[in-house]
Design a protein around this ligand. Structure first.
Ligand code: HAM
Length: 428
């Protein structure tokens, strides 16, 4: 059997400590922001009936070639989640919760793509969706939620691209004009081009083919075909963003890769990433999708943010050092071996400190080595001499003089907490 069987499959990756701390911090920041915005967590299955995902569009890359589909032992046709909106809308249609239904999620996504940095076969998304309101204020709120999250992480080189895909009234005229233009100007581009144009000409606009780009550049633009209602909606979204001080760039060719989009669409791109994978998040309205899944007519809007890409952007902008938070406040080194260390570590943890220790009766020297490796700021040493007057020895590992001080055993948790607060203030 080849070695490679015991490696994460191509396009997937493990997330290990200490890097996983940044992952957890990003999720916590998003969860907190979503809570403050009034969004509740939704958890849907990792697989759904194939038809749920087919609703994202027969002409999309995800449905045509990237889906992890399978038949279960009962003969059901299922697929692993390639994107997060369809399952949330499926859950809405199934449960009919009161609207507005405001939800957020954290979920793994699966797409059979060509793996490269920032593009994986399994990636994770943080996302949010709002169902039941077509007020442009909701578009602004949803965009502000994502925008604030990037700010929470300290990202400053992220730009917001904004477009409108029009509504049921404006889209058909545009699609017809685009189809006619593309057939006219791309006659020599071959079968794939013609098939796309016939099935859904919008899918040509986001194609990566080099030789199609000139024709795409000069294609008619959706914004010229918007109905009065669609224009009014789009203008109110822009006014709302401006009133919150959120900068955006109009991007008339931003069509995004799913057929369900209507009206507002947006993407956040990071200038700290390679252009081919620079989208750190994207989303838009999908006002027909609930109805397409057999539900009542229900407008919806949301976005998905790729966690891996956001963390790559953090590395690029902030450096790996600053992006990572220290794991441990204090390491307890035990020279007594009488159970006192067990009690002290338990007490520190209950008091809210991150505390660790060595196991297996290691020598003092070996324990000090582990304390160093743990990157804890403080070492608390339980030694015989200090124990005689109910005290412990504490050492600040960042103190270049390496001085040790004695702290009364009963005061040590409070002392460490006070030091931790003081260091936090230093960093503010
Ligand atoms: P999406 O643009 O396909 O939208 O994906 C959202 C984000 O997930 C992207 O901006 C990117 O950061 C990340 N991402 C996508 N594919 C990969 C990949 N192969 N590897 C790493 N990261 C990736 C959606 O999925 C929609 N469901 C978003 C949405 C929600 N629209 C409305 N509501």
């Amino acid at each position: 059997m080849s070695d490679s069987v015991y490696r994460a499959p191509l396009g997937t990756h493990d997330v290990l400590a200490p890097e996983s701390q940044r992952w957890a911090d990003a999720v916590a920041a998003f969860a907190d922001r979503a809570r403050r915005f009034g969004y509740g967590l939704v958890v849907t299955p990792i697989f759904e009936h194939l038809e749920v995902f087919q609703r994202v569009g027969a002409s999309t890359d995800v449905v045509r070639k990237e889906m992890y589909e399978f038949e279960d032992k009962g003969g059901r046709r299922l697929a692993l989640r390639p994107e997060g909106t369809a399952p949330v809308v499926r859950a809405f249609v199934q449960h009919r919760p009161p609207v507005p239904w405001k939800v957020w999620y954290l979920a793994p996504h699966f797409r059979y793509e060509r793996p490269q940095k920032g593009r994986y076969r399994q990636h994770w998304q943080l996302g949010a969706e709002v169902l039941g309101v077509d007020d442009p204020e909701v578009d602004v709120e949803v965009i502000a939620l994502a925008h604030g999250f990037y700010r929470d992480l300290g990202l400053t080189r992220t730009r917001l691209l904004l477009n409108s895909m029009g509504d049921a009234e404006s889209r058909p005229a545009y699609v017809a004009a685009l189809r006619a233009y593309l057939l006219d100007h791309g006659a020599g581009f071959g079968d794939e081009f013609r098939a796309r144009v016939e099935q859904n000409p919008l899918r040509v606009l986001d194609a990566k083919h080099e030789d199609w780009q000139d024709v795409i550049e000069r294609a008619p633009q959706l914004t010229e075909y918007l109905s009065d209602d669609a224009v009014a909606h789009f203008e109110r979204v822009q006014q709302g963003l401006a009133s919150l001080g959120i900068e955006y760039e109009l991007a008339p060719r931003l069509v995004r890769g799913f057929d369900y989009y209507t009206a507002t669409t947006f993407e956040f791109v990071s200038d700290a990433l390679d252009a081919a994978q620079n989208a750190v998040g994207g989303g838009g309205r999908y006002d027909q999708l609930a109805e397409d899944m057999g539900g009542p007519p229900t407008p919806g809007i949301g976005f998905g943010i790729g966690i891996e890409r956001v963390l790559i952007a953090c590395d690029a902008e902030l450096g790996e050092e600053r992006a990572a938070a220290p794991r441990i406040d204090v390491f307890v080194v035990d020279a007594l071996g009488d159970g006192a260390a067990t009690m002290l570590v338990a007490e520190l943890r209950e008091e809210g400190l991150a505390a660790d220790r060595a196991y297996g009766g290691r020598s003092f020297k070996a324990q000090m080595k582990l304390a160093d490796r743990s990157e804890a700021r403080y070492v608390v040493m339980l030694g015989k001499r200090e124990a005689e007057h109910d005290a412990v020895a504490v050492k600040d590992l960042r103190d270049p003089d390496g001085t040790q001080i004695e702290v009364l055993r009963r005061d040590v948790a409070g002392w460490l907490q006070a030091r931790r607060e003081a260091h936090r203030d230093d960093h503010r």
